[in-house]
Design a binder for this molecule. Structure first.
Ligand SMILES: *Cc1c(COP(=O)(O)O)cnc(C)c1O
Length: 235
């Protein structure tokens, strides 16, 4: 099969598994958004996704996101899902629809400043290191709870929700407690907010554990590998 057919087949399978997970969780099928993670995808695969009508794409490296935003259709919604350094904020912000990976108050403030300068509020999610693994970026849970009033005070940003990654595992059930904890943390933060904020978006679940994430309330799943099954990267 050629690239387009493989990607169409994979997209269809993933969408159908998302629908099944929604049905199990008694959630509306349209309540979960798929972000196709293209960090390891060849340009031709990205193009095939876009031609298949899939325009929400996730990149983990700011530079690759910015570069690709200039190379593909301007209709693409680019999602930044990896670590962002403060000195790249000005570069990345104009190219990005949603930043999933805001992992410190310092970065949040830098984004606020940059968004204020361009008079366009920045849409973002706060990344939480729920598992506490040292190798992971993200606010720790206590850091987010304690810093919440200060975070809410930051202007020119729209904090739409939270993002997390579960520890690597072959068993998706191992991810469940981390996803559940993110959802509970969201409810706590909303309850502790002086102003109206819903934190509606929960970005959680990847190729191996997205069904479990949907059962636990994910509104955005970030999927790479599953969409590119059967494709060979050029070397
Ligand atoms: C790579 C990546 C994904 C996608 O992982 P797959 O296992 O390829 O589905 C999702 N989220 C983040 C933050 C990633 O870096």
């Amino acid at each position: 099969m050629e690239t387009h057919q493989l990607i169409l087949r994979n997209l269809k399978k993933v969408h159908s598994e998302i629908s099944t997970a929604c049905a199990i969780a008694e959630r509306a099928p349209g309540s979960v958004q798929l972000v196709a993670v293209t960090k390891y995808a060849e340009p031709s695969w990205v193009q095939a996704l876009i031609e298949a009508g899939h325009i929400d794409l996730g990149e983990s490296r700011p530079q690759q996101l910015v570069q690709r935003s200039g190379e593909f259709s301007p209709d693409v919604h680019w999602h930044l899902i990896g670590h962002l350094q403060r000195n790249k904020v000005d570069l990345v912000l104009p190219a990005t629809t949603l930043i999933h990976s805001v992992d410190s108050l310092r970065l949040l403030r830098k984004i606020s400043q940059s968004a204020g300068d361009s008079a366009t509020p920045a849409r973002l999610l706060l990344e939480v290191n729920v598992s506490g693994e040292e190798s992971k970026d993200g606010f720790s849970v206590p850091e987010l709870q304690d810093g919440w009033p200060e975070i809410l005070d930051v202007d020119d940003v729209v904090i739409e929700g939270l993002m997390t990654m579960a520890p690597r595992s072959d068993d998706p059930e191992q991810s469940r407690p981390f996803f559940r904890a993110l959802c509970e943390l969201r409810d706590q933060l909303v309850a502790a907010s002086a102003r109206d904020i819903t934190l509606e978006q929960l970005s959680m679940g990847m190729s191996n554990d997205f069904a479990v994430a949907i059962e636990e309330g994910a509104t955005i799943v970030r999927i790479g590998n599953r969409l590119f099954e059967g494709l060979q990267r050029a070397v």
